[in-house]
Ligand binder design. Structure first.
Ligand SMILES: [Cu+2]
Length: 425
């Protein structure tokens, strides 16, 4: 079902919070999603309506966490919040006219993305005097991805805490979502990791500003292997660079490369000027000495519109140096069956790669043909070069193996059930 239709079907469920009337001041509101099942060793992704304040006001702060059905916080070792994105349904997004769903289908979903949080636990804190306007009649949706490191199915909720201002006029901000793979529910790309000592690789995305204003706050999202995430005004220089802090220990079993435990953000009441017509460029830089698959480069900025006379460049704080321990992702299930030599393709069906052990010659192009009732993907775990397919239930994905060695592959959505070994001679 299309995302939009699904959201509107659920609309009845959303109107259950926050009666009460507007009185001036800042309130702390604690809201929760409906329960979400996360199957053992698997990933739960989805879109659903999110309860929202039922009176007009402004969001000035927002953060999210995973709790169990009793309301107790759930440790990352149990269920990891990969990410949650909050969006206002039916409102056009600043940088994207329609967001693809998790299967890559173009969707009629128009929604304004206004906040996201991942392993770095970005918390929105707008500078004093600024707020994200919200009407009591607005509808919020959330898009989430959770990972269960347990042998049992877990039932959790996403709890989010808002600071909400009513009865006052604040300077409104518009959320500006910058993303090197914009307009996707799962905006990932992969780094091969074949660049040699100290190599990095960068991806960029440009936004031509339709209006003038000042960015008053922002935060970044990178995955494992991230070096920096910069947003610049191409005529003036850097507006802000977000840097990761490392140190998360990935819970066992290792199912993905750990992300940063923190990313720097900024909140600047004076704001950082951009003029209508300026090009704002996002640059996500990753280490290319090792593979890093299914990574992201996203910055969310908050714009107060209005005339500005000139622009400037800004230097950004760097966090204390930290290092990520290189992790190796092991397969949770040993690929089985006879070795299939020099085949060109295999079928990916529900919960199995048809050919689990494959031997190829260097230079061969191999194709995965997806025939599932649910989404699957092929994702690099270890080997000479990183790659990953989008998640799909039909269609094909091809990859040319240009480096000899042993590639351990799996489906990142079903890591305990779907694995494959490809040996390239
Ligand atoms: Cu799968």
């Amino acid at each position: 079902m299309r995302l939009l239709a699904r959201l509107f079907l659920l609309a009845g469920l959303a109107a259950l919070v926050l009666p009460g009337q507007a009185s001036a001041g800042t309130k702390t509101l604690v809201l929760e999603s409906a329960p979400i099942n996360v199957t053992a060793f698997e990933v739960a992704r989805g879109v659903r309506l999110a309860p929202s304040p039922q009176v007009d006001g402004y969001v000035v702060g927002l953060s999210a966490e995973v709790v169990d059905i009793l309301g107790n916080p759930v440790a990352m070792e149990d269920v990891m919040l990969h990410h949650v994105v909050f969006a206002k349904v039916g409102v056009p997004d600043y940088t994207c006219s329609g967001i693809e769903d998790y299967s890559g289908n173009a969707s009629a979903l128009r929604a304004e993305r206004f906040y996201a949080e991942g392993e770095e636990h970005f918390a929105l804190n707008l500078p004093d005097g600024y707020g994200y306007p919200n009407r009591g009649s607005d509808t919020w949706g959330m898009l989430y991805m959770l990972m269960n490191h347990h042998r049992q199915t877990m039932v959790v909720r996403i709890r989010y805490t808002l600071r909400y201002v009513t009865g006052e006029l604040l300077t409104p901000v518009k959320p500006v979502w910058m993303d090197v793979e914009n307009c996707k529910a799962d905006p990932v790309f992969s780094v091969a990791g074949t660049g040699g000592p100290d190599a990095t690789v960068s991806r960029t995305a440009d936004l031509r500003m339709p209006e003038s204003g000042r960015f008053v706050a922002g935060g970044g999202h990178l995955h494992g292997g991230g070096v920096s995430l910069d947003v610049s005004n191409t005529s003036c220089g850097s507006l802000f660079t977000s840097y990761p802090t490392w140190g998360l220990v990935e819970p066992l079993p290792v199912m993905h490369e750990p992300g940063p435990m923190h990313m720097t953000g900024f909140a600047d009441p004076a704001g950082r000027a951009v003029r209508a017509g300026d090009t704002v460029r996002l640059t996500a830089t990753y280490d290319d000495t090792r593979p890093h698959v299914r990574v992201m480069g996203i910055m969310i900025l908050y714009l107060a519109t209005g005339q500005v006379s000139s622009c400037a460049s800004y230097s950004s704080e760097t966090p204390p140096t930290s290092k990520a321990d290189p992790v190796t992702i092991g397969l949770l299930m040993r690929p089985a069956g006879r070795i299939r030599r020099d085949i060109r393709s295999t079928v990916v069906r529900d919960y199995a790669f048809a050919a689990q052990r494959v031997s190829l010659r260097r230079g061969a192009t191999f194709t995965w043909r997806f025939r599932g009732g649910v989404d699957h993907d092929v994702t690099f775990a270890s080997g000479p070069a990183g790659f990953a397919s989008p998640s799909m239930r039909s269609g094909t994905f091809s990859y040319r193996f240009t480096r000899r060695g042993t590639y351990r592959l799996f489906c990142s959505l079903h890591p305990a059930r779907m694995t494959q070994l490809v040996v390239v001679h």
